[in-house]
Design a protein around this ligand. Structure first.
Ligand SMILES: CC(C)(COP(=O)(O)OP(=O)(O)OC[C@H]1O[C@@H](n2cnc3c(N)ncnc32)[C@H](O)[C@@H]1OP(=O)(O)O)[C@@H](O)C(=O)NCCC(=O)NCCS
Length: 129
């Protein structure tokens, strides 16, 4: 069962040729992953409460079918399976013909926002490269 579903129309800016993940004018895998991340983050926000948030930790995606500029892609993610700190989502993308263009699994970790960021502000600054 899908918990969140979003539609995206592929633009030139979404292509592998523009994003540098390939040289063809087709939907780039990293853009597809970004769309999945946005869907899982949005869904995760409905199950955690401030000051908690979630960060993406695992991406397992199979990109099965190419999509050209103008294609409308429906991205969906399941309600998460949770073991308390970890949320596991099944994700899926279909094109306008209903063909499955990608499937996979993504994990997010529930973290306390302040504690998560504190280790960076408290760390000794690294010398400039
Ligand atoms: C999520 C993540 C912290 C889990 O790593 P981990 O090795 O299981 O974490 P650990 O339990 O060893 O803790 C390491 C540090 O992470 C932070 N951390 C761990 N769990 C945390 C939580 N629930 N809340 C806030 N910070 C947490 C703490 O700084 C912790 O150090 P501390 O124990 O001294 O406070 C780590 O995998 C990570 O940061 N991944 C990158 C996620 C990311 O940046 N995604 C992109 C942005 S969405």
């Amino acid at each position: 069962m899908a918990a969140s579903t979003f539609e995206h129309r592929v633009t030139t800016a979404d292509t592998a040729a523009v994003l540098g993940s390939g040289d063809l004018p087709v939907l780039a895998t990293p853009r597809l992953i970004n769309w999945f991340e946005r869907a899982t983050f949005a869904t995760a926000q409905t199950v955690v409460e401030a000051p908690q948030t979630t960060v993406g930790t695992v991406v397992r995606i199979e990109h099965l079918k190419a999509s050209t500029v103008g294609a409308v892609i429906t991205v969906s993610c399941s309600t998460p399976i949770s073991d308390g700190r970890r949320l596991i989502f099944h994700v899926r993308a279909l094109d306008e013909d209903g063909a499955e263009i990608a499937v996979g699994e993504m994990h997010r970790r529930v973290v306390d926002s302040d504690r998560f960021m504190a280790r960076f502000t408290e760390a000794t600054p690294r010398p400039a490269d």
